[in-house]
Design a protein around this ligand. Structure first.
Ligand code: F6R
Length: 248
């Protein structure tokens, strides 16, 4: 199964992909737990990883998978949303994962939605990732415009955690959840491309026909900042998990 040619692409049914992904997460957690060490997991929000979180919660409840040794870092957060705002990614994580497993909440990190000094807030986040030894496994989704995290087109390979403006298409995609595009924040704080590429392993999940074109471009297109996901081509340990609709 690990005999992939580069780039490593796994195409399968959504449920199978999620279970395979949950296997990787579980293996990482258990291997580190056996050594009495923490497992550092990078997390994405959005609709794509929800079935993964459901599967992890199920394994916690039914199979005793413990998250006690897990440290999490999320990719991004909308600007201006308090952690308890229902559309914040803080609230999303609480709802879909953190509130349902035994993870130590003081070791779950997300970029802040509110900050006085954006540079200090960004540097603090980067420092926290370093403090825990870097990210072992980063889960990613992909935006229709090729963003990873909220690294919108134009984001270079060297970018680190920072405040960014959201692309119009990203705000359009979020509009229904916010009850109209006018309610979608215009900015966010996101891990940078360089921050993401430092993860020891990356798995990007894409499902549904709406992602087909951008996935094609990200995997086969020229590496450049117009489609930030193309930078993953330069990461030696990235896998693409695609359902048939996204793989085309
Ligand atoms: C979310 C994130 C984004 C999403 C992407 C896909 O934390 O960083 O890059 O992964 O926008 O979103 P969905 O899964 O909703 O299509």
């Amino acid at each position: 199964m690990d005999n992939f040619t580069k780039p490593k692409v796994l195409v399968g049914k959504k449920a199978d992909l999620m279970s395979r992904l949950a296997d990787e997460v579980e293996m990482g957690i258990r291997m580190r737990a056996a050594e009495n060490r923490g497992f550092v997991l990078g997390l994405a929000t959005g609709s794509t990883p929800i079935p993964l979180y459901q599967e992890l919660v199920r394994r916690h409840r039914e199979e005793g998978l413990s998250f006690q040794n897990v440290i999490t870092f999320n990719l991004d957060e909308y600007e201006g949303l308090a952690p308890d705002h229902p559309k914040s990614y803080h609230a999303y994580m609480e709802k879909h994962l953190f509130g349902q497993v035994d993870v130590r909440l003081e070791r779950t990190f997300l970029p802040p939605g509110n900050y006085e000094d954006e540079n200090r807030a960004a540097q603090y986040y980067e420092a926290k990732i370093r403090e825990f030894g870097g990210i072992d496994l980063q889960i990613l989704g992909i935006g229709r415009d090729g963003h990873i995290g909220f690294n919108e087109p134009g984001s270079g390979r060297e970018t680190r955690t920072r405040r960014v403006a959201l692309a119009e298409v990203t705000r359009e995609d979020a509009a229904s959840g916010f009850g109209g595009i006018e309610n979608v924040p215009t900015h966010a704080m996101t891990m940078g491309v360089a921050t993401i590429l430092e993860a020891r392993r990356i798995i990007l999940i894409a499902t549904g026909e709406g992602k087909r074109e951008v996935v094609q471009e990200a995997i086969n297109g020229m590496v450049n900042s117009a489609v930030p996901a193309t930078f993953l081509q330069d990461h030696s340990n990235t896998a693409w998990y695609l359902d048939a609709a996204a793989a085309g």
